[in-house]
Design a protein around this ligand. Sequence first.
Ligand code: UGA
Length: 437
Amino acid sequence: MKITVIGCGYLGATHAACMASLGFEVLGVEIDPTRRTALERGVLPFFEPDLPELLVEQVESGRLRFTSDIAEAAAFGDVHFVCVGTPQRADGHGADLTFVDAAVTDLAEHLTRPALVVGKSTVPVGTAARLQEILTSTAPAGEQVELAWNPEFLREGFAVKDTLEPDRLVFGVLSEAAEATLRQVYAEALGNGCPLVVTDFPTAELVKVAANSFLATKISFINAMAELCDVTGANVVTLADAIGFDERIGRKFLNAGLGFGGGCLPKDIRAFTARADELGVKDALRFLHEIDRINMRRRKRVIKIARAELGGRLPGKKITILGAAFKPNSDDIRDSPALDVAHKLHELGVQVTVHDVEAIKPARLKHPELSYAETIEEACEGADLVMHLTEWLEYRAVDPVKLGEIVTGKKMIDGRNCLDVPAYRQAGWTIRSLGRP
Ligand code: UGA
Protein backbone atom coordinates (compact mmCIF):
# COMPACT_ATOMS: atom_id res chain seq x y z
CA MET A 1 0.00 0.00 0.00
CA LYS A 2 1.37 3.40 -0.99
CA ILE A 3 0.62 6.41 1.13
CA THR A 4 0.85 10.12 0.52
CA VAL A 5 0.74 12.81 3.17
CA ILE A 6 -0.45 16.18 1.92
CA GLY A 7 0.90 19.06 3.96
CA CYS A 8 4.12 18.34 5.84
CA GLY A 9 3.86 20.71 8.75
CA TYR A 10 3.80 19.49 12.30
CA LEU A 11 1.14 16.83 11.87
CA GLY A 12 2.06 15.81 8.32
CA ALA A 13 5.83 15.49 8.81
CA THR A 14 5.25 13.31 11.85
CA HIS A 15 2.61 11.21 10.14
CA ALA A 16 4.76 10.72 7.02
CA ALA A 17 7.83 9.64 8.99
CA CYS A 18 5.81 7.32 11.22
CA MET A 19 3.97 5.68 8.31
CA ALA A 20 7.31 5.06 6.58
CA SER A 21 8.71 3.58 9.79
CA LEU A 22 5.82 1.09 9.72
CA GLY A 23 7.09 -0.11 6.34
CA PHE A 24 4.82 1.81 3.94
CA GLU A 25 6.14 3.63 0.91
CA VAL A 26 5.35 7.26 1.64
CA LEU A 27 5.36 10.38 -0.47
CA GLY A 28 5.05 13.64 1.44
CA VAL A 29 3.62 16.62 -0.43
CA GLU A 30 5.05 19.94 0.67
CA ILE A 31 4.64 22.97 -1.55
CA ASP A 32 7.24 25.12 0.20
CA PRO A 33 10.54 24.16 -1.57
CA THR A 34 12.78 25.27 1.31
CA ARG A 35 10.79 23.27 3.79
CA ARG A 36 10.75 20.29 1.45
CA THR A 37 14.52 20.09 1.03
CA ALA A 38 14.97 20.66 4.75
CA LEU A 39 12.63 17.75 5.52
CA GLU A 40 14.65 15.51 3.25
CA ARG A 41 17.66 16.28 5.45
CA GLY A 42 15.69 15.75 8.64
CA VAL A 43 15.79 19.47 9.39
CA LEU A 44 12.54 20.66 10.90
CA PRO A 45 11.33 24.23 11.27
CA PHE A 46 10.14 23.29 14.77
CA PHE A 47 11.42 21.33 17.75
CA GLU A 48 10.02 17.85 18.22
CA PRO A 49 11.93 15.16 20.11
CA ASP A 50 12.84 12.04 18.04
CA LEU A 51 11.31 13.33 14.80
CA PRO A 52 14.48 14.59 13.02
CA GLU A 53 16.22 11.23 13.58
CA LEU A 54 13.17 9.32 12.37
CA LEU A 55 12.92 11.48 9.23
CA VAL A 56 16.57 10.94 8.33
CA GLU A 57 16.28 7.21 8.97
CA GLN A 58 13.18 6.85 6.80
CA VAL A 59 14.49 9.04 3.96
CA GLU A 60 17.70 6.98 3.96
CA SER A 61 15.70 3.75 3.90
CA GLY A 62 14.18 4.91 0.60
CA ARG A 63 10.63 4.50 1.92
CA LEU A 64 10.06 8.22 2.45
CA ARG A 65 10.29 10.90 -0.25
CA PHE A 66 8.94 14.40 -0.63
CA THR A 67 7.51 16.25 -3.61
CA SER A 68 5.65 19.46 -4.36
CA ASP A 69 3.79 17.90 -7.25
CA ILE A 70 0.22 16.95 -6.35
CA ALA A 71 -0.20 15.13 -9.70
CA GLU A 72 2.72 12.89 -8.79
CA ALA A 73 1.09 12.23 -5.42
CA ALA A 74 -2.26 11.41 -7.04
CA ALA A 75 -0.58 8.91 -9.35
CA PHE A 76 1.47 7.40 -6.51
CA GLY A 77 -0.91 6.88 -3.62
CA ASP A 78 -3.53 4.33 -2.66
CA VAL A 79 -4.26 6.31 0.50
CA HIS A 80 -3.86 10.09 0.75
CA PHE A 81 -3.73 11.70 4.19
CA VAL A 82 -4.72 15.35 4.27
CA CYS A 83 -2.73 17.01 7.06
CA VAL A 84 -2.84 20.71 6.20
CA GLY A 85 -3.50 23.38 8.81
CA THR A 86 -6.84 24.94 9.72
CA PRO A 87 -5.85 28.14 11.55
CA GLN A 88 -8.24 30.63 13.09
CA ARG A 89 -9.68 32.97 10.46
CA ALA A 90 -8.20 36.44 10.38
CA ASP A 91 -11.69 37.97 10.42
CA GLY A 92 -13.32 35.94 13.18
CA HIS A 93 -13.35 32.90 15.40
CA GLY A 94 -14.16 30.29 12.76
CA ALA A 95 -11.63 27.93 11.17
CA ASP A 96 -9.94 28.96 7.94
CA LEU A 97 -10.52 26.05 5.54
CA THR A 98 -8.62 27.50 2.58
CA PHE A 99 -5.80 24.95 2.81
CA VAL A 100 -8.02 21.90 3.29
CA ASP A 101 -10.29 22.89 0.42
CA ALA A 102 -7.33 23.60 -1.87
CA ALA A 103 -5.58 20.32 -0.99
CA VAL A 104 -8.66 18.19 -1.66
CA THR A 105 -9.66 20.06 -4.81
CA ASP A 106 -6.15 19.92 -6.30
CA LEU A 107 -5.76 16.25 -5.47
CA ALA A 108 -9.23 15.36 -6.80
CA GLU A 109 -8.48 16.80 -10.23
CA HIS A 110 -5.64 14.31 -10.66
CA LEU A 111 -7.23 11.20 -9.19
CA THR A 112 -7.57 8.89 -12.15
CA ARG A 113 -7.44 5.69 -10.12
CA PRO A 114 -9.20 4.31 -7.03
CA ALA A 115 -8.05 5.94 -3.83
CA LEU A 116 -8.99 6.61 -0.24
CA VAL A 117 -8.56 10.22 0.83
CA VAL A 118 -8.26 10.50 4.60
CA GLY A 119 -8.82 13.80 6.37
CA LYS A 120 -6.75 14.36 9.52
CA SER A 121 -6.96 18.13 9.82
CA THR A 122 -9.18 19.53 12.58
CA VAL A 123 -12.29 20.82 10.79
CA PRO A 124 -15.74 22.17 11.63
CA VAL A 125 -18.37 19.45 11.67
CA GLY A 126 -19.94 19.12 8.24
CA THR A 127 -16.70 19.66 6.33
CA ALA A 128 -16.14 15.98 5.48
CA ALA A 129 -19.53 15.60 3.81
CA ARG A 130 -18.78 18.67 1.67
CA LEU A 131 -15.32 17.39 0.76
CA GLN A 132 -16.73 13.98 -0.22
CA GLU A 133 -18.96 15.73 -2.73
CA ILE A 134 -16.04 17.70 -4.14
CA LEU A 135 -14.08 14.46 -4.53
CA THR A 136 -16.75 12.46 -6.32
CA SER A 137 -17.77 15.34 -8.57
CA THR A 138 -14.21 16.42 -9.48
CA ALA A 139 -12.08 13.26 -9.52
CA PRO A 140 -11.82 11.59 -12.94
CA ALA A 141 -12.11 8.26 -11.07
CA GLY A 142 -15.46 9.45 -9.66
CA GLU A 143 -17.11 6.95 -7.33
CA GLN A 144 -13.89 5.00 -6.97
CA VAL A 145 -12.53 7.77 -4.83
CA GLU A 146 -13.75 7.81 -1.28
CA LEU A 147 -13.21 10.00 1.74
CA ALA A 148 -12.66 8.96 5.36
CA TRP A 149 -12.20 11.10 8.45
CA ASN A 150 -9.50 10.06 10.89
CA PRO A 151 -8.86 12.75 13.52
CA GLU A 152 -5.46 13.08 15.10
CA PHE A 153 -4.84 13.41 18.83
CA LEU A 154 -1.08 13.81 18.98
CA ARG A 155 0.47 16.18 21.47
CA GLU A 156 3.41 18.38 20.62
CA GLY A 157 6.49 17.09 22.36
CA PHE A 158 5.19 13.51 22.12
CA ALA A 159 4.21 13.51 18.44
CA VAL A 160 6.12 10.39 17.36
CA LYS A 161 5.00 8.31 20.32
CA ASP A 162 1.39 9.48 20.03
CA THR A 163 1.35 8.60 16.32
CA LEU A 164 2.92 5.16 16.67
CA GLU A 165 1.12 4.27 19.89
CA PRO A 166 -2.19 6.18 19.78
CA ASP A 167 -4.52 5.85 22.76
CA ARG A 168 -7.45 5.40 20.36
CA LEU A 169 -8.20 5.46 16.67
CA VAL A 170 -11.32 6.99 15.19
CA PHE A 171 -12.43 6.14 11.65
CA GLY A 172 -15.27 8.17 10.17
CA VAL A 173 -16.21 6.12 7.11
CA LEU A 174 -18.95 5.64 4.56
CA SER A 175 -18.11 2.08 3.54
CA GLU A 176 -16.67 -1.19 4.80
CA ALA A 177 -13.99 -0.92 2.13
CA ALA A 178 -12.76 2.36 3.61
CA GLU A 179 -12.72 0.84 7.09
CA ALA A 180 -10.77 -2.18 5.81
CA THR A 181 -8.17 0.06 4.18
CA LEU A 182 -7.70 2.08 7.36
CA ARG A 183 -7.45 -1.13 9.39
CA GLN A 184 -4.58 -2.14 7.11
CA VAL A 185 -2.84 1.22 7.56
CA TYR A 186 -3.12 1.02 11.33
CA ALA A 187 -2.66 -2.76 11.61
CA GLU A 188 0.29 -2.41 13.98
CA ALA A 189 -1.46 -0.17 16.54
CA LEU A 190 -4.66 -2.22 16.31
CA GLY A 191 -2.67 -5.41 16.76
CA ASN A 192 -1.23 -3.92 19.93
CA GLY A 193 -4.73 -3.47 21.32
CA CYS A 194 -5.36 0.19 20.46
CA PRO A 195 -9.12 0.85 20.85
CA LEU A 196 -10.91 1.61 17.59
CA VAL A 197 -14.10 3.60 17.10
CA VAL A 198 -15.70 3.24 13.70
CA THR A 199 -18.32 5.88 13.06
CA ASP A 200 -19.82 8.39 10.64
CA PHE A 201 -18.31 11.65 9.40
CA PRO A 202 -19.95 14.13 11.80
CA THR A 203 -19.14 12.02 14.85
CA ALA A 204 -15.50 11.62 13.79
CA GLU A 205 -15.19 15.37 13.19
CA LEU A 206 -16.84 16.17 16.51
CA VAL A 207 -14.69 13.72 18.50
CA LYS A 208 -11.65 15.86 17.85
CA VAL A 209 -13.09 19.23 18.87
CA ALA A 210 -15.03 17.69 21.74
CA ALA A 211 -11.81 16.18 23.12
CA ASN A 212 -9.90 19.46 22.91
CA SER A 213 -12.87 21.36 24.39
CA PHE A 214 -12.99 18.93 27.30
CA LEU A 215 -9.26 19.33 27.93
CA ALA A 216 -9.58 23.11 27.81
CA THR A 217 -12.54 22.90 30.18
CA LYS A 218 -10.57 20.80 32.65
CA ILE A 219 -7.75 23.34 32.68
CA SER A 220 -10.07 26.32 33.05
CA PHE A 221 -12.05 24.52 35.72
CA ILE A 222 -8.99 24.09 37.90
CA ASN A 223 -7.89 27.64 37.14
CA ALA A 224 -11.29 28.89 38.28
CA MET A 225 -10.73 26.89 41.48
CA ALA A 226 -7.35 28.64 41.77
CA GLU A 227 -9.19 31.97 41.77
CA LEU A 228 -11.26 30.69 44.69
CA CYS A 229 -8.14 29.40 46.43
CA ASP A 230 -6.50 32.81 46.09
CA VAL A 231 -9.26 34.56 48.00
CA THR A 232 -9.69 31.86 50.65
CA GLY A 233 -6.10 30.86 51.35
CA ALA A 234 -6.68 27.34 50.04
CA ASN A 235 -4.14 25.43 47.95
CA VAL A 236 -5.19 24.52 44.40
CA VAL A 237 -2.46 21.88 43.98
CA THR A 238 -3.69 19.97 47.03
CA LEU A 239 -7.25 20.47 45.84
CA ALA A 240 -6.39 19.01 42.40
CA ASP A 241 -4.63 16.06 44.03
CA ALA A 242 -7.63 15.39 46.25
CA ILE A 243 -10.30 15.57 43.55
CA GLY A 244 -8.00 13.76 41.11
CA PHE A 245 -8.04 10.62 43.23
CA ASP A 246 -11.65 10.22 42.15
CA GLU A 247 -11.21 8.10 39.04
CA ARG A 248 -14.21 9.77 37.45
CA ILE A 249 -12.35 13.07 37.62
CA GLY A 250 -8.69 12.03 37.26
CA ARG A 251 -5.61 14.11 38.09
CA LYS A 252 -4.39 14.68 34.52
CA PHE A 253 -4.87 18.14 32.98
CA LEU A 254 -5.70 19.61 36.38
CA ASN A 255 -2.51 21.63 36.67
CA ALA A 256 -3.54 25.14 37.56
CA GLY A 257 -1.42 28.06 36.51
CA LEU A 258 -1.10 30.41 33.60
CA GLY A 259 -3.53 28.44 31.47
CA PHE A 260 -3.51 26.93 28.02
CA GLY A 261 -2.11 28.18 24.74
CA GLY A 262 -0.69 26.67 21.57
CA GLY A 263 -1.94 26.13 18.07
CA CYS A 264 -4.82 23.84 19.03
CA LEU A 265 -6.83 24.32 22.23
CA PRO A 266 -7.49 28.09 21.93
CA LYS A 267 -8.35 28.06 18.24
CA ASP A 268 -10.35 24.85 18.45
CA ILE A 269 -12.70 26.05 21.19
CA ARG A 270 -13.23 29.31 19.31
CA ALA A 271 -13.88 27.55 15.99
CA PHE A 272 -16.24 25.14 17.75
CA THR A 273 -18.34 27.94 19.21
CA ALA A 274 -18.40 29.69 15.83
CA ARG A 275 -19.63 26.47 14.22
CA ALA A 276 -22.29 25.94 16.90
CA ASP A 277 -23.50 29.46 16.17
CA GLU A 278 -23.77 28.66 12.44
CA LEU A 279 -25.70 25.51 13.28
CA GLY A 280 -28.18 27.44 15.42
CA VAL A 281 -27.08 25.87 18.72
CA LYS A 282 -24.99 28.72 20.08
CA ASP A 283 -26.27 28.18 23.61
CA ALA A 284 -24.92 24.62 23.73
CA LEU A 285 -21.35 25.88 23.65
CA ARG A 286 -21.76 29.21 25.40
CA PHE A 287 -19.77 27.79 28.30
CA LEU A 288 -16.70 27.59 26.05
CA HIS A 289 -16.66 31.40 25.93
CA GLU A 290 -16.37 31.29 29.69
CA ILE A 291 -13.57 28.70 29.44
CA ASP A 292 -11.72 31.08 27.13
CA ARG A 293 -12.32 34.04 29.46
CA ILE A 294 -11.10 32.17 32.54
CA ASN A 295 -8.02 31.22 30.55
CA MET A 296 -7.24 34.75 29.40
CA ARG A 297 -7.82 36.05 32.95
CA ARG A 298 -4.80 34.06 34.13
CA ARG A 299 -2.50 36.33 32.16
CA LYS A 300 -3.98 39.45 33.77
CA ARG A 301 -3.79 37.84 37.19
CA VAL A 302 -0.08 37.08 36.92
CA ILE A 303 0.64 40.67 35.87
CA LYS A 304 -1.39 41.92 38.82
CA ILE A 305 0.70 39.80 41.18
CA ALA A 306 3.89 41.09 39.54
CA ARG A 307 2.79 44.67 40.06
CA ALA A 308 1.93 43.99 43.70
CA GLU A 309 5.27 42.27 44.29
CA LEU A 310 7.12 45.26 42.88
CA GLY A 311 5.48 47.76 45.19
CA GLY A 312 2.65 48.75 42.85
CA ARG A 313 4.79 50.17 40.04
CA LEU A 314 6.02 48.32 36.96
CA PRO A 315 7.70 50.89 34.66
CA GLY A 316 11.50 50.66 34.72
CA LYS A 317 11.55 47.39 36.67
CA LYS A 318 13.61 44.44 35.46
CA ILE A 319 11.62 41.23 35.09
CA THR A 320 12.94 37.90 33.87
CA ILE A 321 10.48 35.58 32.18
CA LEU A 322 11.43 31.91 32.27
CA GLY A 323 9.69 30.34 29.31
CA ALA A 324 8.48 31.49 25.90
CA ALA A 325 7.04 28.28 24.44
CA PHE A 326 3.35 27.55 25.08
CA LYS A 327 4.42 24.42 26.96
CA PRO A 328 7.65 22.57 27.74
CA ASN A 329 9.33 20.24 25.21
CA SER A 330 8.21 22.48 22.39
CA ASP A 331 9.46 25.59 20.61
CA ASP A 332 5.93 26.49 19.57
CA ILE A 333 5.05 30.03 20.58
CA ARG A 334 1.59 30.17 19.02
CA ASP A 335 -0.75 31.77 21.53
CA SER A 336 1.88 31.25 24.21
CA PRO A 337 0.66 32.53 27.58
CA ALA A 338 4.27 33.13 28.71
CA LEU A 339 5.18 35.23 25.70
CA ASP A 340 1.91 37.14 25.85
CA VAL A 341 2.63 38.09 29.46
CA ALA A 342 6.20 39.10 28.50
CA HIS A 343 4.88 41.32 25.72
CA LYS A 344 2.21 42.91 27.93
CA LEU A 345 4.79 43.68 30.64
CA HIS A 346 7.03 45.28 28.03
CA GLU A 347 4.12 47.48 26.96
CA LEU A 348 3.73 48.49 30.61
CA GLY A 349 7.29 49.84 30.61
CA VAL A 350 9.04 46.83 32.18
CA GLN A 351 12.54 45.83 31.03
CA VAL A 352 11.74 42.24 30.12
CA THR A 353 14.34 39.54 29.52
CA VAL A 354 13.07 36.21 28.24
CA HIS A 355 14.69 32.80 28.46
CA ASP A 356 13.50 29.55 26.95
CA VAL A 357 15.13 26.19 26.43
CA GLU A 358 14.11 25.86 22.75
CA ALA A 359 11.91 28.76 21.71
CA ILE A 360 14.15 31.84 21.77
CA LYS A 361 14.53 31.96 17.99
CA PRO A 362 10.81 31.98 17.13
CA ALA A 363 10.08 34.24 20.10
CA ARG A 364 12.66 36.78 18.92
CA LEU A 365 11.14 36.76 15.43
CA LYS A 366 7.65 37.43 16.75
CA HIS A 367 8.64 39.81 19.55
CA PRO A 368 11.86 41.58 18.59
CA GLU A 369 11.05 44.30 21.13
CA LEU A 370 11.92 41.96 24.02
CA SER A 371 15.41 41.09 25.29
CA TYR A 372 16.50 37.48 25.22
CA ALA A 373 19.19 35.56 27.07
CA GLU A 374 20.79 32.23 26.19
CA THR A 375 21.26 31.02 29.75
CA ILE A 376 19.06 31.13 32.85
CA GLU A 377 21.84 32.90 34.78
CA GLU A 378 22.30 35.56 32.12
CA ALA A 379 18.54 36.08 31.98
CA CYS A 380 18.17 36.51 35.73
CA GLU A 381 21.14 38.79 36.33
CA GLY A 382 19.99 41.90 38.15
CA ALA A 383 16.29 41.00 37.96
CA ASP A 384 13.87 42.64 40.37
CA LEU A 385 11.47 39.75 39.80
CA VAL A 386 11.62 36.34 38.11
CA MET A 387 8.49 34.79 36.60
CA HIS A 388 8.37 31.06 35.89
CA LEU A 389 5.81 30.78 33.10
CA THR A 390 6.63 27.61 31.09
CA GLU A 391 7.44 24.55 33.15
CA TRP A 392 10.64 23.26 31.51
CA LEU A 393 12.36 20.69 33.74
CA GLU A 394 15.47 22.89 33.54
CA TYR A 395 13.71 25.56 35.59
CA ARG A 396 12.75 23.13 38.31
CA ALA A 397 16.38 22.04 38.53
CA VAL A 398 17.60 25.57 39.32
CA ASP A 399 19.16 25.98 42.78
CA PRO A 400 17.30 28.85 44.50
CA VAL A 401 20.38 29.64 46.62
CA LYS A 402 22.60 30.15 43.57
CA LEU A 403 19.86 31.99 41.69
CA GLY A 404 19.46 34.28 44.70
CA GLU A 405 23.08 35.43 44.28
CA ILE A 406 22.43 36.66 40.73
CA VAL A 407 19.18 38.58 41.07
CA THR A 408 18.59 42.00 42.59
CA GLY A 409 15.29 41.09 44.23
CA LYS A 410 14.66 37.56 45.47
CA LYS A 411 11.10 37.57 44.18
CA MET A 412 9.67 34.69 42.20
CA ILE A 413 6.23 34.15 40.69
CA ASP A 414 5.58 30.51 39.90
CA GLY A 415 3.00 30.71 37.12
CA ARG A 416 2.96 26.93 36.74
CA ASN A 417 2.75 25.80 40.36
CA CYS A 418 5.62 23.39 40.19
CA LEU A 419 8.62 25.04 41.85
CA ASP A 420 9.69 23.88 45.28
CA VAL A 421 8.14 26.63 47.44
CA PRO A 422 9.82 25.62 50.75
CA ALA A 423 13.25 25.50 49.05
CA TYR A 424 12.78 29.01 47.65
CA ARG A 425 11.54 30.33 51.00
CA GLN A 426 14.48 28.76 52.77
CA ALA A 427 16.82 30.49 50.35
CA GLY A 428 15.25 33.80 51.30
CA TRP A 429 12.93 34.26 48.34
CA THR A 430 9.41 35.61 48.32
CA ILE A 431 7.55 33.18 46.10
CA ARG A 432 4.01 33.72 44.84
CA SER A 433 1.91 31.20 42.96
CA LEU A 434 -1.44 31.13 41.23
CA GLY A 435 -3.79 29.48 43.69
CA ARG A 436 -1.21 28.41 46.28
CA PRO A 437 -0.73 30.39 49.47
C1 UGA B 1 -3.55 19.34 22.30
C2 UGA B 1 -4.21 18.03 22.76
O1 UGA B 1 -3.72 17.68 24.05
C3 UGA B 1 -3.93 16.91 21.77
O2 UGA B 1 -4.59 15.72 22.17
C4 UGA B 1 -4.40 17.34 20.39
O3 UGA B 1 -4.14 16.34 19.41
C5 UGA B 1 -3.69 18.61 20.00
O4 UGA B 1 -3.98 19.63 20.97
C6 UGA B 1 -4.19 19.02 18.65
O5 UGA B 1 -5.35 19.42 18.54
O6 UGA B 1 -3.47 18.87 17.66
P1 UGA B 1 -1.08 20.33 22.45
O7 UGA B 1 -1.61 21.57 21.82
O8 UGA B 1 0.20 19.74 21.95
O9 UGA B 1 -2.15 19.13 22.33
O10 UGA B 1 -0.87 20.69 23.96
P2 UGA B 1 -1.39 20.15 25.38
O11 UGA B 1 -0.40 19.21 25.92
O12 UGA B 1 -2.78 19.72 25.28
O13 UGA B 1 -1.33 21.50 26.22
C7 UGA B 1 -2.13 22.61 25.86
C8 UGA B 1 -1.94 23.77 26.81
O14 UGA B 1 -2.55 23.48 28.05
C9 UGA B 1 -0.50 24.12 27.13
O15 UGA B 1 -0.36 25.52 27.08
C10 UGA B 1 -0.30 23.61 28.55
O16 UGA B 1 0.65 24.36 29.26
C11 UGA B 1 -1.70 23.80 29.12
N1 UGA B 1 -2.01 22.91 30.26
C12 UGA B 1 -2.04 21.56 30.09
C13 UGA B 1 -2.30 23.46 31.50
O17 UGA B 1 -2.28 24.69 31.68
N2 UGA B 1 -2.62 22.62 32.54
C14 UGA B 1 -2.66 21.28 32.39
O18 UGA B 1 -2.97 20.58 33.38
C15 UGA B 1 -2.35 20.74 31.14
